[in-house]
Design a protein around this ligand. Structure first.
Ligand SMILES: Cc1cc2nc3c(=O)[nH]c(=O)nc-3n(C[C@H](O)[C@H](O)[C@H](O)COP(=O)(O)O)c2cc1C
Length: 373
C-alpha cells in the first residue's frame, strides 16, 4: 500500500498551492497573503488536520517586473527546504517539491528528495517543471532551450533521477544532456518504486511528456462547459493509457472565494482582483506568459486580467459553500482527480472551506470523513 495520500481512495483529492510565497493573487488589498513562515505553517497544519492530500509549492527564481527587481512577485521560498520543514510539521498530508530541472542536477535532487521522503515518512511528491520564464532561467547563465527540447532535457533528467532512486548499483549515463559517472545515491526514498511525479505540461509535447512520465498531470481549466472539461481531462488519461500503458491522475488549480451569498462573494472578487488589482504585477506576468491577450478585445482582456489577479488564471470557485461544492462535483464528474486550492487569505479561506464545503463533499460521496490520528 502506498504511503502517499495522493493514492488514497478519495474520489476528489484536495491540496493547496503557492503557500511558499505571496500566493496566487495579484492584489494590493490588505487581506492578501503575506510571505511569513508562521502563516505557511498554519495553512499546512490546517489542511493536514482536515485530511487533504497535497501541499504544493511553486518554483520561482525572479519576479515579473523588469524595472522592479525587488517586487513581491519574486518573493518565493525555496521549495525543497520549505518542503522539508513542512514535512516535519505535518502528519499525513502529501508534501510536494516543485523543481525547475534546468537549475539543479538530478544527483542533488535524488539526495534532497530522499531526505524529505524520510523526514515525511513516505509523503513526498515531486512536481517537475522545465521552465518557461526566460529572465529567471537566464540568471543561471544558460539560454532557455527551445520549447520541445526542454522536455527532452526533462525526460533525461528524470530518467537519471529515477535510476538514482532505485539502483543499488553504480551506473554510468552518457546522454544528450548529461554525463554521469559511476552514480549512486543513498539512502533511498521510503516510497517504492519512487515518489510520485507531477508535471504541468500543456502543449502537445508537454502533454506527451506528462502522460509518459508523470503520475499526476496538472492542468489549467479554462472552459466552463463540463463536456469540454471532460474532453481535456480525457486527452491526458487516454494518451497515458493508449500510448504508454499507464494510468494518470489529472489535477487542476482553482481559486476560492466563499461567502454566505453569491453577491458577497462576487463583490469580494471585485474588491481584491479588480479595484485593488496589482496592475503592474499582472502586466508583467501577462507580458511574460500570455502576451497574446494584448490582441484580445478590451472586455475579454480585462476578464483574463481579473482571473489572473484573483488566482493565477485558476478555475474560479466563487460563491456559497453549496455553490462551490456543486462546481467541485461537476469537475469530479468530468473526471478530475484532484484540485489545488488557493485563497487570497489562505488561513481564513481554508478554515471556511473545511468548516462548510468539506462536509458537503463528503455528503456527495467525493471524500470520506477524515479523522486526524
Ligand atoms: C497549475 C500550473 C502550475 C504551474 N506551476 C509552475 C511553477 O511553479 N513554476 C514554473 O516555472 N512553471 C509552472 N507551471 C508552468 C508549467 O510548468 C508549463 O511550463 C506550462 O504549463 C506550459 O506548458 P508547455 O510547456 O507544455 O506549453 C505551472 C503550470 C500550471 C498549469
Amino acid at each position: 500500500m502506498s504511503t502517499n495520500p495522493v493514492f488514497n481512495d478519495n474520489k476528489l483529492k484536495l491540496g493547496t498551492f503557492c503557500t511558499n510565497g505571496r500566493g496566487a493573487t495579484h492584489s494590493l488589498a490588505p487581506e492578501a497573503n503575506q510571505l511569513t513562515w508562521p502563516l505557511a505553517l498554519e495553512v499546512a497544519r490546517e489542511v493536514d488536520r482536515a485530511g487533504y492530500e497535497a501541499v504544493v509549492p511553486y518554483a520561482r527564481w525572479k519576479g515579473y517586473i523588469k524595472a522592479k527587481p525587488n517586487h513581491v512577485s519574486g518573493e518565493v521560498l525555496d521549495p525543497f527546504t520549505w518542503a522539508a520543514a513542512i514535512a516535519q510539521a505535518t502528519r499525513q498530508v502529501g508534501v510536494f517539491v516543485t523543481s525547475h530541472a534546468p537549475t539543479i542536477h538530478p544527483i542533488v535532487v535524488a539526495k534532497q528528495t530522499a531526505t524529505i521522503d524520510i523526514i515525511s515518512n513516505g509523503r513526498l511528491a515531486l512536481n517537475v517543471v522545465g521552465g518557461w520564464n526566460r529572465p529567471e532561467l537566464e540568471m543561471f547563465g544558460a539560454p532557455l532551450r527551445e520549447h520541445d527540447q526542454r522536455y527532452d532535457y526533462l525526460a533525461e533528467w528524470l530518467d537519471i533521477l529515477k535510476r538514482l532512486w532505485r539502483s543499488t548499483e553504480e551506473f554510468d549515463h552518457h546522454g544528450d544532456f548529461f554525463d554521469v559517472v559511476q552514480a549512486i545515491s543513498n539512502p533511498k526514498p521510503v516510497q517504492r518504486p519512487h515518489p510520485p511525479i507531477m508535471n504541468a505540461g500543456h502543449s502537445d509535447r508537454g502533454r506527451r511528456f506528462a502522460c509518459e512520465h508523470a503520475d499526476l498531470c496538472f492542468i489549467g481549466i479554462h472552459s466552463e462547459a463540463p463536456e469540454s472539461i471532460r474532453a481535456e481531462i480525457e486527452k491526458y488519461k487516454n494518451m497515458a493509457r493508449e500510448q504508454f500503458g499507464r494510468d494518470v491522475q489529472v489535477w487542476a488549480h482553482s481559486y476560492v472565494v466563499q461567502r454566505d451569498t453569491q453577491r458577497e462573494a462576487d463583490d469580494f472578487v471585485d474588491y481584491y482582483a479588480v479595484r485593488h488589482q496589482d496592475r503592474e504585477s499582472i502586466d508583467g506576468l501577462i507580458a511574460l506568459s500570455v502576451p497574446e491577450v494584448k490582441d484580445m478585445p478590451r472586455e475579454k482582456w480585462e476578464a483574463v486580467r481579473t482571473r489572473y489577479a484573483a488566482g493565477f488564471g485558476g478555475f474560479p470557485l466563487v460563491g456559497t459553500a453549496g455553490r462551490i461544492a456543486e462546481r467541485l462535483t461537476m469537475l469530479s464528474d468530468a473526471g478530475l482527480d484532484g484540485v489545488l486550492l488557493t485563497w487570497i487569505d489562505f488561513v481564513d479561506g481554508a478554515q471556511r472551506f473545511n468548516r462548510d464545503v468539506l462536509p458537503l463533499l463528503e455528503q456527495a460521496g467525493l471524500r470520506k470523513p477524515f479523522a486526524a490520528a
